[in-house]
Ligand binder design. Structure first.
Ligand code: MF3
Ligand code: CO
Ligand code: CO
Length: 274
């Protein structure tokens, strides 16, 4: 059952989406060499609370932290840790979901740490573009599979692969609602898009030719590429409008001015919010 949101719900989704985007903007300057993913987690948790929201991932089906941090060959659901310190040349996806006034905003970006080689840079940029191709394919009256079709058409020519085991999703009062949004073309997504639907578009692209992934047996969460290749992802929460799509998690106006902690100076130093 796919929910059509009414105008009051849409307004709340806009606010949640904006806060989510704002949080990514807030942590961006801290995504650099020497910073641990736990530090980014704690910054995010503080920011979210400060704005009267909750971190939706925390305790979601037992997830132990407030955000997901997925480095290099980690596809998604990486668990922030003091042990995972960003290195020059890494790519890291930060996926955050806030719950504000009963509604969710879900967004992620892949950041490049320091000097990233140009093949990887191209790969990350193309992944973002793939997400936008998918979003641009959203039109009321069309089928949802146009999203996957557009992504596949664009990304196919580079020899990359589109992860199939994880999809976009409807979102609202629940973190994950119907429908599943596939990022490759499949008839399973023969669903009419209607004004007022809200879902995420969040393609996970593997740099190698295999879309296969595996889940860590030790933590039960961390998903990595089966072949060890890099993986990148971008995510927006979108609303189907009368004309196309409105991105609810777009970087935009500040809800409240945000005090910035000074970014850590010493690469490699123990990072923890003071
Ligand atoms: N934010 C992820 C998504 O885009 C879901 C993370 S679930 C968690 O759907 F439990 F790992 F947080
Ligand atoms: Co997400
Ligand atoms: Co999502």
């Amino acid at each position: 059952m796919i929910k059509i949101k009414n105008s009051g719900e849409i307004e709340k989704m806009r606010k949640a989406g904006k806060l989510a985007a704002q949080l990514l903007d807030h942590i961006e300057p801290y995504v650099r060499e020497g910073v641990s993913t736990l530090y980014l987690n704690d910054l995010s948790a503080v920011f979210t609370k400060m704005h009267g929201a909750e971190s939706a991932p925390l305790n979601y089906r037992g997830f132990p932290k407030s955000i997901c941090t997925s480095i290099n060959n980690v596809v998604c659901h990486g668990i922030p840790s003091e042990m995972d310190v960003l290195k020059n040349g890494d790519i890291v996806n930060i996926d955050i979901t806030v719950l504000l006034d009963g509604f969710h905003g879900d967004t992620s970006r892949t950041f490049m740490v320091g000097d990233v080689d140009c093949e990887t840079r191209d790969f990350v940029e193309r992944t973002e573009k793939a997400m936008h191709r998918g979003i641009d394919a959203v039109k009321p009256g069309k089928y949802l599979y146009e999203v996957g079709k557009a992504i596949e058409k664009y990304i196919g020519k580079f020899g990359y692969s589109i992860v199939r085991d994880y999809t976009g999703h409807g979102i609202g009062q629940k973190f994950h609602e119907d429908p599943q949004v596939f990022h490759h073309f499949t008839k399973e997504n023969r669903i009419r898009l209607l004004k007022g639907m809200i879902f995420t578009v969040e393609p996970m692209i593997n740099m190698g030719s295999s879309y296969r992934v595996k889940t860590s047996r030790s933590d039960g969460w961390t998903v990595t590429t089966a072949d060890g290749s890099l993986s990148a992802q971008f995510e927006h929460t979108i609303l189907v409008t009368g004309e196309g799509a409105e991105i609810l998690t777009k970087t935009g106006s500040v809800l409240k001015p945000t005090p910035r902690l000074s970014p850590p100076r010493e690469p490699g130093a123990k990072q923890y919010p003071r």
